[in-house]
Design a protein around this ligand. Structure first.
Ligand code: HEM
Length: 125
């Protein structure tokens, strides 16, 4: 018969509640956003994309994107790093990202910007 075990506080994983609304009070650099939360923002009126482990709300950029809105929508709610990289964006495009930054992935979900992550020399600071 299975034994019931009492857990101490330190054994219990903290639960992170994610929000489907923008938290206007938090600074982009301080806001940790999970891939699960990003996945809720996957359409033309609410479009978030992950690039180099950072999360961008590109909803207002969709109509301005020189490469068209459809390519951005292909990655709505998902990681678009390979597509962004593969389409040879300029330094100016990397700079343009900053304007749409809303947060970054938790360390456990990152691919690049973590101590043992994939090394790329040209990830924007
Ligand atoms: C989400 C953040 C993105 C930003 C801020 C962004 C920004 C830009 C900018 C400024 C350009 C003009 C050329 C340049 O300066 O490099 C451009 C072009 C382009 N982008 Fe993006 N881009 C983003 C994501 C993507 C993604 C995910 C794709 C997927 C394939 C993509 C595909 C393209 C293509 C194909 C062009 C070339 C358009 C042409 O020259 O006709 N972009 N982008």
């Amino acid at each position: 018969m299975a034994q019931l075990q009492t857990l101490t506080n330190s054994q219990i994983e903290p639960i992170r509640f994610t929000s489907r609304v923008k938290l206007s009070t938090s600074l982009p650099g301080e806001r940790i956003i999970t891939l699960e939360e990003v996945s809720w923002h996957d359409n033309i009126s609410d479009c978030w994309i992950v690039i180099y482990d950072r999360v961008y709300d590109v909803t207002d950029f969709l109509r301005e994107h020189p490469g068209g809105h459809d390519v951005l929508l292909d990655y709505a709610g998902r990681d678009g790093t390979c597509a962004f990289r593969g389409s040879g964006h300029s330094k100016a495009a990397c700079e343009a990202l900053k304007e749409y930054l809303i947060g970054e992935l938790p360390m456990t979900e990152r691919l690049f910007r973590k101590p043992d992550g994939l090394k790329l020399i040209d990830i924007p600071k």
